[in-house]
Ligand binder design. Structure first.
Ligand code: PLP
Length: 496
């Protein structure tokens, strides 16, 4: 006890908070300055970090300088540099100064607004920004608080879909009886993100009741409303209960857009919950020229999109809107004694804990608020449009070289292309070797997908630092590597 009274330990001393935070900010600024110099995809071997770290946690405090040196020496080599201008993989996680500042405020204030009383501003700002973003997307008023609906910020689409599915499930089970959970059926396409399957499993839908309907080249990998109708009719014929349909605006593999309006009518006919997953391409719909991709949204029950992908908002941030927020509360609320308070009981406030999985929650709204205010809608639209223009530039490069083809029409800022196979069956090997050669060079990073049985290379443009010169260099690199790959024989010929 005695020794404690002499301890000067002060983990949130404002002076050192300021000094050390500045050191970290400068460190990150340097990282951004140099990020182009690092191999985009980490080149380390599995387990590499064990050789850089002691077996046990330090007993005594260490200086920040030492820790930052270890970040440089041991951590940075093990990073795939998502903020590199040469990162073209997956879908980007675009950072911005405003996103970082908002994240700092969120982290620094460190409030936990699970209910209104726990931090009224956190809840109220969230409702305000959700209506702001909803209006930026021109969502129907029924999704906005001002129109009887409302929005919530989650960390990921996965959480958003779990909550929407849980709300849909409980709404139906209330009518047909809880024992009928094994009858409920969930529908998506073979292009729907795997998050839907995970969410279905997590809310108790039998795996045999998950329908992944086939798509094809003939309609650019969009979900066919007639197929959905047929599947639902068949399921009803088999004594099952269609529950939930997920339509996507901007699929992960190829950026396909499902026909929302027609799917909405099918969902309405079968009294099925329609969710729209616009995780990636939702951001583009703030631009009037892309907004038509959301036509039909008025027929949906819920819609989600991720500003952390394409709206200059640092991780993590997923916007979810619902027309009947009461259904979230019915499904997700808990009311332990230790959280009881007059504000909640007045029913005049939102308790966001009842709109999500966890109790605790981050003050993400302040981040979105800063992002929107610092950039303005004008610059956010500029950002989307310049990425789309860079994608068009890349697409034009591909078109100049007859050895290559764009496999599915470019959507948004995603170009799916491949080296044309010279003989049947070599497409997969040829293109996977090309991708490995590009990524192995460290100079750029892309990822792949398989659509309609064809292995494609995805060039997803959207890293905040990417400029036209990076797109041009990427194309040059691809051509160089293609030259080498085409010189080597393909070993395993497969079906294409
Ligand atoms: N839906 C689509 C269309 C996506 O592209 C992704 C991720 O890329 C997700 C869902 C998953 O999003 P999250 O990681 O936020 O759960």
């Amino acid at each position: 006890m005695g020794s404690l009274s002499f301890n000067t330990f002060s983990p949130l001393d404002p002076q050192s908070f300021s000094e050390e935070s500045k050191m970290v900010v400068d460190f990150i600024a340097d990282y951004y300055k140099n990020v182009e110099k690092y191999p985009v995809q980490s080149q380390v071997d599995p387990g590499y970090l064990m050789h850089h770290c002691p077996d046990t946690a330090p007993y005594c405090p260490e200086p920040l300088e030492t820790i930052l040196k270890d970040v440089s020496d041991s951590i940075i080599p093990g990073l795939t540099h998502w903020q590199s201008p040469n990162f073209f993989g997956y879908f980007q996680a675009n950072a911005s100064t405003a996103g970082f500042l908002g994240e700092m405020l969120c982290t620094g204030l460190n409030v936990v607004g699970f209910n209104w009383i726990a931090s009224p501003a956190a809840t109220e700002l969230e409702s305000i920004v959700m209506d702001w973003v909803g209006k930026m997307l021109m969502l129907p008023p029924s999704f906005l608080f001002s129109g009887g609906g409302g929005g919530v910020l989650h960390g990921s689409t996965c959480e958003a879909i779990i909550c929407s599915l849980a709300a849909a499930r409980d709404k139906v089970l209330k009518k047909i009886g809880h024992h009928k959970i094994t009858k409920l059926v969930v529908y998506g396409s073979d292009q729907t993100h795997s998050t839907l399957q995970k969410a279905s499993k997590l809310v108790g839908i039998p795996t045999s009741n998950f329908r992944s309907l086939p798509t094809s080249f003939s309609n650019d990998f969009a979900l066919c409303p007639d197929d959905v109708r047929t599947a639902m009719e068949e399921d009803i014929g088999a004594g099952l209960v269609p529950l939930f349909l997920c339509a996507t605006v901007g699929t992960t593999s190829s950026g396909a857009v499902d026909p929302l309006e027609a799917l909405g009518h099918v969902a309405k006919d079968f009294k099925v919950w329609l969710h729209i997953d616009a995780a990636y391409a939702g951001s583009a719909c703030i631009c009037p020229e892309f907004r038509h991709h959301l036509n039909g949204v008025e027929l949906a029950h819920s819609i989600s999109m991720n500003p952390h992908k394409w709206l200059l908002t640092n991780m993590d941030c997923c916007c979810l809107w619902i027309k009947e927020p009461k259904l979230f509360v019915d499904s997700l609320s808990t009311a332990p004694e230790y959280l009881r308070n007059n504000a909640s009981e007045s029913k005049k406030v939102i308790d966001y804990k009842d709109w999500q999985i966890a109790l605790s929650r981050r003050f993400r709204a302040i981040k979105v608020w800063v992002v929107i205010r610092r950039h303005g809608l004008d610059n956010l639209m500029f950002h989307i449009r310049s990425d789309v223009n860079l994608a068009k530039r890349f697409e034009a490069h591909v078109a100049t070289d007859p050895r290559f083809e764009v496999v599915v029409p470019r959507r948004f800022a995603l170009v799916c292309f491949r080296l044309r196979p010279r003989e049947e069956g070599e497409g997969t090997e040829l293109n996977s070797r090309l991708l490995m050669a590009v990524n192995g060079s460290g100079a750029a990073f892309m990822t792949h997908a398989v659509v309609g049985g064809i292995y494609i290379i995805r060039c997803a443009i959207g890293s905040t630092l990417t400029e036209s010169r990076h797109v041009d260099s990427l194309w040059k690199l691809i051509q160089e590597k293609a030259q080498l790959v085409l010189q080597e024989p393909c070993l395993a010929l497969e079906e294409d």
